[in-house]
Structure formats: structure tokens, C-alpha cells
Design a protein around this ligand. Structure first.
Ligand SMILES: NC(=O)c1ccc[n+]([C@@H]2O[C@H](COP(=O)([O-])OP(=O)(O)OC[C@H]3O[C@@H](n4cnc5c(N)ncnc54)[C@H](O)[C@@H]3O)[C@@H](O)[C@H]2O)c1
Length: 263
């Protein structure tokens, strides 16, 4: 690997939940910055295929990996399929996530009025999805003596959000998991980091962008008073996935327009 700031030096990357939004932009950024192939996961086949086609537009290889990463067996199968297509995964981006239906601001039921049936779906993808995919890629990374795991979490997991307690628990869990993994695999040349997003304008949050009154309220705590763009997140992920970030591990990088500044 070179120390080129922008170059991924022909790495093979797998991005989960890459069929739209932030994940799509990460897949395209990795393609643009020197990956040799990108595996595009999503549980919607049409989304995964469409982004894989966009990746191929950069003249590199791509494979669509259709499946739900919250299922352990499926995650193992997806990583196997990826490895059979293009060799062992060098970069895993755990992006697939779900903040639940967004109808407004402050209109979700308080935690004390919810039950385990509602918690499961958030924990499944946001936490177990990360554990499953990381479990699947680490053996070959450890064996080869290099690798990058970058997980997309949320400021909700760093500083808390009143209506998003379970989501925040899952995302904070990923940060703790990442620090532990970083300590376990650093000696094998593998790094693990998180990028913690503030409000990013994606299909998942489009109802905010479409409602000027809600948007103004949502942006009030942001020092840089615009929604984040998927590209803002992709830039940080691409850097952490690159050879240039080889001495950065176990960290959580906020990409949040100044929404929160303390850890
Ligand atoms: N948009 C924001 O404001 C924001 C803020 C903080 C954190 N995030 C995090 O960023 C990540 C991406 O968010 P987004 O806004 O782009 O979401 P999005 O809903 O626009 O896109 C997510 C994609 O992931 C796929 N997906 C979801 N669960 C999956 C699973 N179990 N297996 C496979 N594919 C799955 C979906 O089909 C979808 O195509 C998530 O982890 C989210 O929690 C987003």
C-alpha cells in the first residue's frame, strides 16, 4: 500500500446498505478514489444492481450483493460471494442502518411507552448487522495483515437524542464494539473506526428537506446551517478507508456541521 492521501491502491471494498443515500455515495467515492472493485449490498435488489452499474461506470468491477445484513447466515454468505467474485474484502463499510419512520421532529413515542417488539428492528440492522459483517471479514484481514473497517453511526449515539433511545443504544454499541475490535486487531494491521453523522439529506430524511418549517427547526442546532450531504460523509469514510489513515484506529469522527462538539 502507498501513502497516497486519495488513493485506495486497488483495494476491494464492500459497502452495506449502499443501494441509496449515504451508502451509495460511499460506494461511488471508493470507486472514484482507486478501489479495484466494490461490492454493493442492499436488501433491495434493484437498488444494489443500479449502484453496482454506477460503480462500473468508473471502469472498475462491481458486484451487487442482495441480502439482509442483520441475519448472521446471510452476512456470511454475502461476504463469501464477494470473496468468490474479487478476492478477500480489504475494506468493509458498515453503513446499513435504520432510524425508523420519520414523520416529524419530536413526534415519536417516548421510550417508556415502547416495547421490545419495536426495539428489535433497530438493534438488528444498526448493531447486529455491524457485528455480522465485521465477523465475516476479519479472519481474512487478520490473516493478510491489513484491512479497514469503517462503520457509519450517528451523533444520536454520541450525545443522545430524546426520541431515538434504542437507535442511539445501537449506534453507541457500534462505537464501543469498534474500539474493542481496534484493540484486538491493531497488531495485525487492521484498523476500525466510526463516522458519526448529524442530519444528512437522504431519501430516509427527505420529509425534513421538503418541509421548510421543519427544516428550519432541524437546522437550528447546526453551526453550518445546511443539511449534511452524503458526499460529506463519503469523504470522511474514504479517508479512513485509505492507506493514509493507517495510524488512526478506534476513533469516532463526527461529520455533523458542528451539531455537537464534545465527545
Ligand atoms: N440520514 C441521516 O440523517 C443519518 C444521520 C445519522 C446516521 N445515519 C446513518 O447513515 C446510514 C445510512 O443512512 P441513509 O440516510 O443513507 O439511509 P437510507 O434509508 O437512505 O439508505 C439505507 C439503505 O440501506 C438499506 N438497508 C437497510 N437495512 C438493511 C439491511 N439490514 N441489510 C441490507 N440493506 C439494508 C436500505 O434498503 C437502503 O437502501 C445508516 O446507518 C444511518 O443510521 C444517517
Amino acid at each position: 500500500m502507498t501513502d497516497d492521501l486519495a488513493g485506495l491502491d486497488g483495494a476491494f471494498a464492500l459497502v452495506t446498505g449502499a443501494g441509496r443515500g449515504i451508502g451509495r455515495e460511499i460506494a461511488l467515492s471508493l470507486a472514484r478514489h482507486g478501489a479495484r472493485a466494490v461490492a454493493v449490498n442492499d436488501y433491495f435488489a434493484d437498488r444494489a444492481e443500479s449502484v453496482a452499474d454506477e460503480v462500473r461506470g468508473f471502469g472498475i468491477d462491481a458486484v451487487a450483493l442482495v441480502g439482509d445484513v442483520s441475519d448472521h447466515g446471510t452476512a456470511l454468505r454475502l461476504v463469501d460471494t464477494a470473496a468468490n467474485a474479487f478476492g478477500a474484502v480489504d475494506i468493509l463499510v458498515n453503513n446499513a442502518g435504520n432510524a425508523g419512520p420519520l414523520n416529524g421532529i419530536g413526534d415519536r413515542a417516548p421510550f417508556w411507552e415502547t416495547g421490545p417488539d419495536e426495539w428489535g428492528p433497530w438493534l438488528d440492522t444498526n448493531l447486529y448487522g455491524v457485528l455480522n459483517c465485521t465477523r465475516a471479514v476479519l479472519p481474512s484481514m487478520v490473516e493478510s495483515g491489513s484491512g479497514r473497517v469503517v462503520s457509519v453511526i450517528s451523533d444520536a449515539g454520541r450525545v443522545g437524542e430524546p426520541d431515538l433511545a434504542v437507535y442511539a443504544a445501537a449506534k453507541a454499541g457500534v462505537a464501543g464494539f469498534t474500539r474493542s475490535i481496534a484493540k484486538a486487531v491493531g497488531r495485525y494491521g487492521v484498523t476500525a473506526n466510526c463516522v458519526a453523522c448529524g442530519y444528512i439529506d437522504t431519501p430516509a430524511t427527505s420529509m425534513l428537506a421538503q418541509n421548510p418549517e421543519l427544516l428550519t427547526r432541524a437546522l437550528r442546532p447546526y453551526q453550518i446551517r445546511r443539511p449534511g450531504r452524503p458526499k460529506d460523509v463519503a469523504a470522511a469514510v474514504t479517508f479512513l478507508a485509505s492507506p493514509a489513515a493507517s495510524w488512526i484506529t478506534g476513533q469516532t469522527y463526527p461529520v455533523n456541521g458542528g451539531y455537537s462538539m464534545a465527545q
